[in-house]
Design a protein around this ligand. Structure first.
Ligand SMILES: [Zn+2]
Length: 173
């Protein structure tokens, strides 16, 4: 089970106890951009729900485990363990809520096959490739007969680059 608290507008901290580690993820959202940093601390298994205190320099997390108490300071996206036991009695506590899951990076979308595209009166398709602009059309690929020519003398298929028919020697236009 993960827990989340909003420590300031746009900044959330997620907590999760995985085995003997406390995983802390700090998420900052500002100007539409999301920044995320995750740290794991060897704290031991939680014996009770952690507490979060708002202090002038950020927030301090108090984690009680079977191994004792650990205090972790979070300032922006940086976090670290505080040596000793700070006196947190005068600082307000921040409410911690249960969260279904820790935030994860969005998985990469698989590449989509290229869709035919159309821009104004120009359209393009892939495989076989064809392109048309206005009343002009171009095709490249198998099965295309646009590039084939035939001899006007004997009717044999000739290559577009041939100047003379290879069958009858007729001069090609
Ligand atoms: Zn010919």
């Amino acid at each position: 089970m993960a827990y989340v608290c909003e420590i300031s507008p746009g900044q959330r901290v997620y907590l999760e106890n995985q085995a003997s580690q406390t995983i802390i993820t700090s998420v900052n959202i500002s100007a539409g951009q999301q920044q995320q940093s995750t740290c794991g601390f060897e704290t031991g298994s939680w014996s009770e729900l952690p507490e979060i205190f708002q202090t002038p320099g950020g927030v301090i997390l108090k984690i009680k485990t079977t191994q004792g108490e650990t205090h972790i300071q979070i300032q922006g996206s940086s976090m670290g363990i505080i040596n000793g036991s700070p006196n947190l009695g005068s600082y307000p506590k921040i409410h911690l809520e249960q969260s279904d899951s820790m935030p994860r990076m969005q998985p990469m979308q698989p590449m989509q096959p290229m869709q035919p595209m159309k821009m104004g009166d120009m359209s393009m398709k892939m495989n076989p490739m064809s392109m048309s602009m206005g009343n002009m059309e171009m095709r490249i690929g198998l099965g295309s007969d646009v590039t084939k020519r035939f001899c006007s003398g004997c009717g044999a298929a000739v290559s577009p680059s041939d100047r003379f028919c290879s069958s009858c020697g007729h001069r090609l236009l």
